[in-house]
Design a protein around this ligand. Structure first.
Ligand code: B12
Length: 391
């Protein structure tokens, strides 16, 4: 059976996230996939994310006192989408939500409020009972082009049911037909800054491309078969919470190597929707042996290896397989000690590859970083100037 997928968040102007962090962990421990959006999130961000992630329910933790209005706004935004089945809304906030408040909220379509003192098991039981077996069918064609239509297709593909007819083709055969949308794959060890880098690239995309152009993000997080997962990349993304961005988080559900069994199907669905100029695909944090996009790079048009400067010694560098196949290698966290040495060592390492690979240095956590500008030019306009090594 496919895991229950929910979205959790803390509303705008509220930084009380310790309750939801604890609750998230409890849900994950009980096999639930939790997409965590973070704190200080607007009703619009929450509704958009819930639709794109095709969750069965949203759990909000709120302490700032505006819960009646805020929950009501989320319910209204969801209703406008005519979702089938509707996404349920539940939550809590200790003593700040009174029983009288909860009655008003129920009247406005909120499913359940948990008060101070509720045991965590009761919340898990509620999720299992209410959302464990919600039937999910494709949307009618009248919804084609909408985020809910697309995201339901992704759900069915991810769960291995309702696949498009061609789904049994090999990944390479399938991917050859989807080249009108450019697919950029980003991989690298955990903590290298892939998610922040993607967010900065998206910011530049939003500024440089026409207002009717959209980008998609397919983001992987690790999980094991039949278990829950914290799909938390949305919490790090700021600019990607934009109507022109479609983001989908997927758990690897036991697959090793950085991607999920359903990655190629999801990629194809995104590409064939013709809604996106670019698809940015992020792998889970990978190890030395990983070549997630294949040696022939069949899943993506361009592959980017994002590395932190502190990979260890020169010998460690020799062992990173992806250095031999990535189109672009980025040393991120340029402000850290050792970044210049890393650049020099990687440059001499890839020179011997003679594959025309590009090498760039970025600091993604800094606004207007010129290294990220260069990377953007290289990937999104094809005009950037990395340290190209001769073919
Ligand atoms: C811890 C805490 C903090 C910590 C927050 C740490 C963090 N990262 O979360 C710190 C010290 C930073 C803090 C700061 C502030 N706080 Co404060 N804080 C609290 C406190 C003591 C506990 C809240 C908590 O985490 N409880 C633990 C959870 C697990 O238990 P619970 O709340 O009872 O929730 C139960 C259920 O409701 C349910 N639940 C909760 N959320 C969810 C979500 C889902 C999906 C589900 C299923 C269930 C669920 O789970 C629990 C199960 O029993 C409360 C007072 C209180 N006793 O409630 C004040 C309180 C919330 N804070 C308050 C205030 C005013 C502030 C500040 C504005 C203070 C200031 N002037 O700086 C700042 C604002 C910070 C910000 N950026 O938003 C006020 C809010 C008053 C109001 N709304 O009118 C409170 C009520 C204190 C008070 N009596 O004045 N705070």
């Amino acid at each position: 059976m496919s895991p229950i997928r929910i979205l959790t968040a803390v509303p705008i102007c509220d930084g009380h996230d310790s309750a939801i962090n604890t609750i998230n962990l409890e849900f994950i421990r009980h096999g639930i996939e939790v997409i965590y959006l973070g704190y200080h999130r607007s009703a619009r961000d929450i509704a958009r994310a819930a639709v794109q992630e095709d969750v069965v329910a949203i759990g909000l933790s709120t302490y700032n006192g505006g819960h009646i209005e805020f929950f009501g706004e989320v319910v209204d935004l969801l209703e406008q989408r005519r979702l089938a089945p509707p996404i349920k809304l539940f939550g809590g906030g200790g003593g700040t939500i009174t029983h009288a408040d909860a009655q008003i909220m129920y009247g406005h379509g909120v499913d359940r409020i948990f008060f101070a003192g509720t045991p965590l098991e009761e919340m898990v039981k509620y999720l299992r009972g209410g959302y464990g077996d919600v039937a999910r069918f494709p949307y009618e064609l009248a919804f084609a082009g909408s985020d809910q239509f697309l995201s339901r297709q992704l759900t069915l593909a991810d769960n291995g049911s309702g696949l498009p007819p061609q789904a049994s083709e090999t990944a390479s055969a399938a991917s050859k037909r989807v080249r009108s949308t450019k697919v950029i794959g980003l991989t690298g060890p955990g903590g290298a800054g892939k998610t922040t880098l993607i967010d900065e690239l998206v910011l530049r995309f939003l500024h440089s491309h026409a207002a009717d152009r959209r980008a998609a993000i397919l983001s992987h997080d690790p999980s094991i078969v039949g278990s829950g997962a914290l799909l938390g990349d949305r919490a790090t993304m700021i600019y990607s919470q934009h109507d022109r961005v479609f983001m989908r988080s997927i758990g690897t559900r036991g697959m090793t190597g950085g991607l999920s069994l359903s990655t190629d199907r999801c990629l194809r669905i995104l590409a064939e929707s013709n809604l996106f100029e670019f698809i940015l695909m992020e792998t889970v944090g990978t190890g030395q042996e990983a070549i997630p996009f294949g040696v022939d790079r069949h899943l993506v048009d361009q592959s980017v290896l994002v590395m932190p400067p502190d990979y260890g010694s020169r010998i460690q560098l020799q062992k990173i397989a992806m250095i031999d196949v990535a189109d672009v290698i980025v040393v991120n966290k340029a402000d850290l000690r050792g970044a210049r040495t890393a650049l020099t060592e990687i440059e001499s390492r890839i020179r011997t590859n003679r594959k025309g690979q590009s090498l760039l240095c970025t600091q993604a956590n800094r606004h207007r970083d010129t290294g990220v500008d260069q990377l953007f030019e290289l990937l999104f306009t094809g005009t950037g100037t990395g340290t190209d090594t001769p073919k």
